[in-house]
Design a protein. Structure first.
Length: 214
């Protein structure tokens, strides 16, 4: 098997092979990740450090695996992403679908402190502390209502953080700085699979917010 799995606490690290990922290796990757999600793993880190190229099928497969993970209350994260692969993700706007972190060490430092509950009609994210993190984190959750309550109580130590929420049709229904302390409400949107995007720019401090259907 060209895909290697490593456990780090409650995090499953999936190491991809060197060079270009073949169709066979891609099939192994899909099987390995789906098995981990089915087994109840909530945090899956795909380490692309040895992989220098991934074709459109491979990148599309990762997006599909992320959607499957969300439906099961889990999430995928990528680390050690080659600049050529990252450029493709940016061009295809997939950095707002696939959560791209930095090095393996940086990713593990963040994920170790991360608690994420993705439940139907509720989402809760908590991290005790992050240091100078710049990325976009995106999560999908099922909201059966037309609006949601957003609770955010996070003392920002440095940098900026923005929360954006999009309804099932992709319309933005909420946008606030994480520094805005309090309880807020989204505007009315279409029920279904909503997306929560957290844009971090050189952010330091804890992360704490939750959404609840109205």
């Amino acid at each position: 098997m060209s895909i290697h799995l490593v456990m780090h606490g409650d995090i499953v690290i999936v190491e991809t092979p060197g060079g270009t990922i073949s169709d066979k290796a891609l099939g192994e990757l899909e099987t390995a990740i789906r098995r981990q999600v089915a087994a109840g793993c909530k945090k899956i880190l795909v380490d692309l450090g040895k992989t220098s190229f991934m074709n459109s099928r491979g990148i599309g497969s990762l997006a599909g695996l992320q959607a499957n993970a969300f439906r099961n209350g889990a999430a995928l994260y990528l680390c050690n992403v080659d600049h050529r692969i990252h450029n493709v993700l940016v061009i295809l706007w997939l950095t707002r679908v696939l959560n791209v972190l930095g090095t393996r060490e940086e990713a593990l430092a963040f994920l170790t402190s991360l608690d994420l509950d993705l439940e139907v009609d509720a989402l809760h994210l908590h991290s005790a502390r992050v240091e100078k993190l710049s990325t976009t984190l995106a999560y999908m959750w099922t909201n059966h209502g037309a609006a949601a309550t957003v609770q955010q109580h996070t003392p920002v130590a440095g940098g900026t953080a923005m929360i954006r929420v999009r309804d099932a049709r992709g319309h933005e229904v909420y946008a606030h700085s994480l520094a805005d302390d309090g309880d807020f409400s989204t505007i009315t949107g279409a029920p279904g699979d909503w997306r929560v995007e957290l844009d971090l720019a050189d952010y330091s401090g804890p992360l704490e917010f939750q959404l609840q259907t109205q």
